[in-house]
Design a protein around this ligand. Structure first.
Ligand code: GLP
Length: 241
């Protein structure tokens, strides 16, 4: 595990974009696993800037989104699909056929999970996975529990996650109660993983994940076991380490 502490969110976003840039530069047909949420917004903006400046080419890249709310249509402004198109895909030269998203509007969630897992395997696995962290230590939507799922699966969101994510919705009743997420095995199977965390409200989750024991009650703690894991923090998120 390599930990890098940045001065602020701007620097964090820049360095996160540099990690993606170097991955795609070294291997043009990279398979990227992509997180959403407020944390990586700056990274996507930087990557779009780098693309517009001719510094990176996504024409041979394949992407897999990490997770999606269940029951939101793809054009819902809070769906992760909408987010990724809006903040990233619409502004770069990633071929549409190379974009993979867990279908939040599926009528057969079990089959959708199997298909997604199969698609990741067929693509040869993920080369670089970008993740954020929930305030309760979740990654993707792998919530704290007594056991964790390996593969892409349907999950009931934790009360804390529903509360935290309600800031994106008009009211808390609109927050979906379930999601489809890559599992711990899907994430840990990536060749490289980079986590981004910023702000004081992530400090306790970062401490519990990376200065403590590996436990299913803090899913992000499993990343300590990954051979090529980079943790990019701003000073506030690192303040309790
Ligand atoms: C959400 C997403 C995660 C994300 C996390 C943090 O619930 N499922 O993939 O990493 O919460 O979000 P944010 O970056 O907005 O704090």
């Amino acid at each position: 595990m390599r930990i890098q502490v940045m001065d602020d969110y701007e620097q964090l976003s820049y360095w996160a974009a540099r990690v993606v840039l170097s991955q795609v530069t070294l291997q043009s047909n990279s398979v990227l696993g992509l997180a959403t949420g407020s944390t990586p917004e700056g990274m996507y903006q930087r990557l779009v800037d780098m693309y517009q400046q001719g510094k990176v080419d996504f024409s041979d890249v394949t992407t897999f989104a990490l997770d999606e709310y269940l029951g939101l249509s793809p054009d819902h402004p809070q769906s992760y699909q909408y987010y990724l198109y809006n903040k990233f895909f619409n502004h770069i030269n990633l071929p549409p056929e190379n974009i993979n998203l867990p279908p939040g509007d599926t009528t057969d969630p079990e089959m959708a999970c199997q298909n997604y897992e199969q698609a990741i395997a067929s693509a040869g696995g993920i080369d670089l996975q970008v993740v954020g962290i929930g305030v309760n230590g979740h990654i993707g939507f792998n919530e704290p529990a007594t056991s964790l799922n390996t593969n892409t699966h349907i999950v009931d969101l934790a009360e804390e996650t529903i509360q935290t994510n309600s800031r994106f919705f008009d009211n808390i009743d609109e927050v979906p109660r379930q999601a489809i997420t890559m599992g711990m095995g899907s994430i840990m199977g990536a060749k490289r993983i980079v986590m981004l965390a910023n702000g004081k409200n992530k400090a306790a989750a970062v401490r519990d994940s990376f200065s403590g024991k590996v436990t299913t009650e803090v899913p992000a703690s499993f990343l300590q076991l990954h051979r090529e894991f980079i943790l990019l923090l701003d000073k506030e998120a690192a303040s309790m380490l």
